[in-house]
Design a protein around this ligand. Structure first.
Ligand SMILES: [Fe+2]
Length: 220
């Protein structure tokens, strides 16, 4: 739904590459499937970022805040009629680590998910992909994957260094393992909606534990 190609400031890029490459060395081996184990990619997902230098986290947050305000949310026409916040996580992988299984980011108020390719050592190597339903009878094989009993075709967007793609948070996606010896680095996250209006109604989000409700008020 939205795409651009943007570069991080050089000093920030260098710091992130160095930190992620160091941290990737320490990732653990995990159970993947029957009798199959693999080394886990590095991720800050579910972490609070406190083991990262504060100035780096601040610079990253400022970079995306500015990008979303000046470009993405502006170009999607959401800037002036919604209240939203964003989060992100930083991931690193290489040819020794596993891919990322099919998943979505939606849990009630995430409306946009995004992934910024910080460093793709092999230009446009197809790793990140979406899934498209296929007609009945399609054979599972290369370029396809069975998820929850249905066969899907894998769709690979552009993913060279600097590419940032945004999609609806309900869209299922996955990442194939990279064949790169060098560290492949991405920063991914969500835009979560707090309030939105179309001029006729005001939609307001409330989260109570695992329950999400939307209060809809008609505007006169
Ligand atoms: Fe994801």
């Amino acid at each position: 739904m939205w795409h651009d190609n943007v570069s991080l400031p050089r000093d920030l890029y260098d710091k992130i590459c160095s930190i992620v490459s160091d941290k990737l060395v320490g990732t653990r081996t995990v159970h993947v499937s029957n009798n199959d184990t693999g080394k886990l990619y590095y991720t800050t997902y579910g972490e609070d970022g406190s083991d990262w230098p504060e100035d780096v986290i601040e610079q990253i947050s400022e970079f995306y805040e500015q990008l979303f305000v000046s470009k993405m949310m502006f170009q999607l026409g959401l800037l002036e009629r919604s209240e939203w916040k964003f989060n992100y996580w930083i991931q690193g992988s290489n040819c020794d680590t596993i891919g990322h299984k099919p998943h979505t980011h939606f849990s009630g108020n995430e409306i946009i998910s995004w992934c910024h390719i910080i460093k793709a050592p092999i230009p446009d190597e197809p790793c990140f992909h979406f899934f498209r339903n296929t007609p009945e009878g399609t054979i599972d094989g290369e370029g396809y994957r069975t998820v929850f009993g249905s066969v899907y075709e894998k769709l690979y967007p552009e993913q060279k260094t600097g590419d940032i793609n945004a999609w609806p948070a309900w869209s299922m996606h996955a990442v194939d393992a990279t064949s790169s010896k060098e560290t492949r680095i991405v920063i991914a996250g969500n835009i979560s909606l707090e309030k939105m209006t179309d001029g006729e109604s005001l939609m307001q989000h409330k989260r109570d534990g695992m329950t999400v409700t939307w209060n809809i008020k008609e505007l006169s």
